[in-house]
Design a protein around this ligand. Structure first.
Ligand code: TRP
Length: 323
């Protein structure tokens, strides 16, 4: 069996939250342990520190935010020597691919992408980077010829664009440079405090690595129904968050906590979170201070990544007679 590359990525917009940990970090650790040395040739973890810049507020702290992401991966117990951690900006070939890919994709179709349309609704000024966001992501994916890409559901459309671009290039140059990447999507995600997908921009996150006081505040913010109704429990957002963390086997205990009132249930959920992630919280505090070590991991990652991208970029330049 030929071994393929695995890739996942997180945009550097601050410390990863509970949704990232449950939706990306734990599944990556689980999956790569499961397939140990059998399936993947390279296991790549990208810090998308160019994608973050489409929102100017993330220019400041962009460097530190990349460290924070790595520190959270380490705190969650990843065996980092088995992975290549790299920052997007350390591999300028990615932005070179962005150009070759841009000419391959119709502008009108980019305007129909969900994430773009959402931005149009929210913002007055839309920079070109927001439009070409999916193309940069296609470059991230195809530059390493990754065949398996772990993403959230909301990223599936972007992955489809990467597949379309791969097909088109292979077609035009009549050579199979790129394999078609497949998505691994984690279902059963944990909802945000307002019941929609957990996301920093929606201000509905639970930040596992914040101060206890801050975590408590976030939990107290969780929207609930006016009154607890035992037979409508599945519609209850607080219940959904709680059960996702406590596990189905604790259903009865959770229901009991709800019967004692929402306030009590939130208090118990808070205790559960602090307890469950005690080790991770301690480790995070340790790693985030080790900037030198974090930087070394990125430098080593960039070096290995260069070797992986070299042959791809050589093939692409040649195909476009830019060699
Ligand atoms: N756009 C992704 C997100 O916001 C992050 C990302 C950028 C990514 N490039 C990637 C994820 C490549 C997987 C592969 O979640």
């Amino acid at each position: 069996m030929s071994r393929s590359n695995f890739l996942t990525g997180i945009k550097s917009t601050g410390r990863p939250h509970l949704g990232n940990v449950i939706g990306v970090i734990y599944p990556t650790i689980f999956l790569t342990k499961l397939t140990k040395n059998e399936k993947f040739q390279n296991q790549l973890i990208l810090i998308a520190n160019l994608h973050s810049l489409t929102n100017f507020k993330y220019i400041k702290n962009n460097k530190n935010n990349a460290y924070k992401i790595l520190a959270v991966w380490l705190a969650c117990g990843i065996d980092y020597k088995q992975f290549i951690f790299y920052r997007q900006s350390d591999i300028p070939e990615v932005t070179e691919l962005l150009w070759f890919f841009s000419i391959m994709y119709p502008y009108n179709r980019l305007r129909l992408v969900h994430s773009f349309k959402e931005n149009v609704k929210k913002k007055q000024i839309i920079n070109t980077g927001i439009l070409t966001y999916p193309i940069l992501m296609a470059a991230d994916i195809l530059i390493s010829k990754a065949e398996l890409v772990l993403v959230g559901k909301d990223q599936l459309q972007h992955l489809e664009i990467a597949r379309q671009i791969a097909k088109k290039i292979n077609n035009i140059i009549a050579k199979k440079i790129f394999p078609l990447p497949q998505a691994i999507v984690i279902e059963n995600l944990i909802p945000g405090t307002d019941g929609t997908k957990m996301s920093k921009t929606k201000n509905n996150i639970i930040d596992l690595f914040a101060s206890k006081k801050e975590i408590k505040k976030q939990i107290m913010k969780i929207k609930t129904q006016k009154q607890f109704e035992p037979n409508k429990v599945l519609k209850d957002n607080l219940y959904n968050i709680y059960i996702r963390l406590a596990g189905k086997e604790n259903k009865e205990k959770i229901k009991y906590n709800f019967q004692m009132g929402y306030e009590h249930a939130k208090e118990e959920l808070y205790k559960l979170i602090i307890n469950k992630f005690k080790r991770e919280r301690t480790l995070y505090k340790y790693y985030i201070k080790k900037t030198k070590k974090l930087e070394t991991i990125f430098q080593k990652g960039a070096k290995k990544m260069k070797q992986i991208v070299n042959s791809t970029i050589y093939e692409v330049r040649k195909a476009f007679e830019c060699n």
